[in-house]
Design a protein around this ligand. Structure first.
Ligand SMILES: Nc1ncnc2c1ncn2[C@@H]1O[C@H](COP(=O)(O)OP(=O)(O)OP(=O)(O)O)[C@@H](O)[C@H]1O
Length: 500
């Protein structure tokens, strides 16, 4: 029974995590995922306990109660009815107790996961906390959260103490009633002293079984309280169909032509703030294009839409003339595109595993070659442990520039037809930036590259520049051509950057 229960829980947990990983990006924007994950773990423990331990306890106590009652009836019916008079009030009390436990359990699970979320968030930002000398404030906020869990646990204890002491008192009262009534039956010669003794023993067993069943019911209700969130997570589905599904067209031969056509978009969490109001531009295969614009103009959002983290509310995005909504999202991201995010975060593992992420079968030679093209090989080889160097949680043991070059190498290893670099050189110092810029000719070779550029100094090598403003494309052209336009938008951006 226990093994089967554990297997059910294991499957449940894996399925739910799989479901969470496949949610649309919006799910992660809306929810505090740390809280969900810790709640998932806490809920699974409670439900697991409920399924594995209590079902076997429940079965054992149920069988004992039925057999014991049969034996009691066999000895004496009226004594059995006296004994049974205790059941209706205890059953009613048990139902109330179960409901209270279910509600407290749900609240405790939420409070516990919130506590973990608070701790995780504060510890993730420990450098900021320390830099602003806010350790005491954060300790206090954690203590406040744990106090809520404590208060709920106390409530659960009070409810348990009230129910079990009440039930115990009623049980003792009935035991005395049986002795009194049984004694009078013995005195009247209706039953023998032996019958009364055996009846009393049976009733003790039955009493214990009923108490066990009440406890089982309480634990079951706790499990139900904890499982409601698990089932909600299992059933939750994202709004962007197919974002992570493996259905749709799998493009095998891609030239890398990209077209945004009349794209309108607002982030689901801020649906009234339109980022794009008819964005249209075309990128020819094999070109190196820079998207520029003021801060907050939506440059990074272009990458998010192209990667299909979100779908436009109007208009379409095409790759080689095919609407990306009809493509297999997984296949597209795995085989056609690579992405270097604005703030590359690394997994807490070795440099090698970070680079091979997404292509775990890559050979050492392929990894080295990708690093060479990203100008990362030099610094990696200087580490005593080379590719086996541990990058720290989220890559904290690497400098910003090193993280970016590792992220570029990771993207290049997949040899994508479309490479999206979201300000990929912003954390590099001047000399590292020059190194990456020097290797740009190797990076762009044979693919379409979209550089989402904040620092305009980094885009001189771009074949084509797209200027975004107020949700639309306001200018396009080559670097020299745009710089020469006296009243041009790009020229204004350059002037503004030079004077800042
Ligand atoms: N996940 C999100 N949910 C809601 N709004 C968002 C989200 N991400 C970005 N935004 C908003 O969308 C707008 C465009 O953001 P985006 O990051 O695309 O700008 P950007 O041009 O890349 O800016 P920067 O150059 O400063 O990085 C901003 O106003 C931003 O606040």
């Amino acid at each position: 029974m226990r093994m089967a229960g554990e297997r059910i829980i294991e499957r449940l947990r894996n399925q739910i995590f799989e479901n969470i990983v496949k949610q649309d990006i919006e799910f992660f924007d809306r929810n505090r995922t740390g809280e969900i994950i810790s709640r998932l773990a806490a809920d699974t423990v409670v439900v697991g306990k409920s399924v594995t331990q209590n079902i076997s306890d429940g079965l054992r106590n149920g069988i004992m109660a039925v057999v014991g009652t049969g034996m009691m009836l066999y000895v004496n019916t009226s004594l059995t009815l006296t004994m049974m008079s205790i059941i209706p009030p205890i059953a009613v009390a048990a139902i109330y107790y179960g409901r209270i436990l279910r509600d407290i359990s749900a609240k405790t699970q939420t409070a516990t996961s919130h506590t973990t979320q608070v701790a995780q968030e504060k510890l993730d930002l420990i450098r900021t906390v320390r830099a602003f000398a806010q350790e005491n404030r954060e300790s206090h906020s954690y203590a406040t959260e744990t106090h809520k869990v404590y208060q709920l646990s106390m409530k659960e204890s009070y409810a348990g103490a009230t129910f079990f002491s009440g039930a115990g008192f009623a049980g003792n009262f009935v035991a005395m009633a049986i002795l009194y009534y049984g004694g009078s039956l013995v005195a009247a010669g209706s039953i023998t002293p032996g019958d009364l003794t055996s009846f009393f023993l049976y009733s003790t067993y039955v009493g214990f079984s009923f108490m066990g069943l009440s406890g089982f019911y309480g634990e079951l209700m706790k499990g139900i309280g904890a499982s409601s969130r698990l089932f909600a997570l299992m059933e939750s589905k994202g709004e962007v169909e197919g974002q992570s599904s493996q259905t749709g067209i799998k493009l095998e031969k891609v030239t890398g032509r990209i077209e945004f056509k009349d794209v309108e978009f607002a982030y689901p969490t801020r649906s009234d703030a339109k980022i794009f109001k008819g964005l249209s531009f075309t990128i020819e295969p094999g070109t190196n294009v820079a998207i520029v614009g003021k801060s907050g103009s939506g440059k990074s959002t272009v990458a998010q839409l192209l990667l299909r983290f979100y779908d436009p509310s109007k208009g379409s995005i095409f790759i080689d003339g095919i609407d990306i909504r009809s493509l297999d999202g997984n296949h597209m991201r795995n085989n056609i595109m690579s992405f270097v995010p604005q703030e590359p975060s690394l997994f807490a593992t070795t440099i090698r595993e970070n680079i091979a992420y997404g292509r775990s079968n890559a050979t050492d030679q392929e990894i080295e070659s990708a690093c060479e093209r990203a100008n990362a090989l030099g610094f990696i080889k200087k580490f005593p442990q080379g590719f086996d160097t541990y990058t720290g949680e989220k890559g904290v043991a690497m400098s910003g520039g090193q993280k970016q070059r590792i992220a570029i190498a990771r993207a290049l290893l997949k040899d994508p037809k479309i490479l999206i670099m979201d300000e990929a050189t912003s954390a590099l110092d001047a000399s590292s930036e020059n190194l990456v810029q020097d290797s740009m000719s190797q990076i762009v070779m044979g693919r379409t590259v979209i550089t989402i550029a904040h620092r305009l100094s980094t885009i001189q090598q771009a074949d084509f520049i797209v200027v975004v403003e107020d949700g639309r494309v306001v200018e396009t052209g080559g670097y020299d051509e745009l710089v020469e336009r006296e009243d041009g938008k790009f020229r204004h951006l350059i002037d503004a950057q030079l004077s800042s």
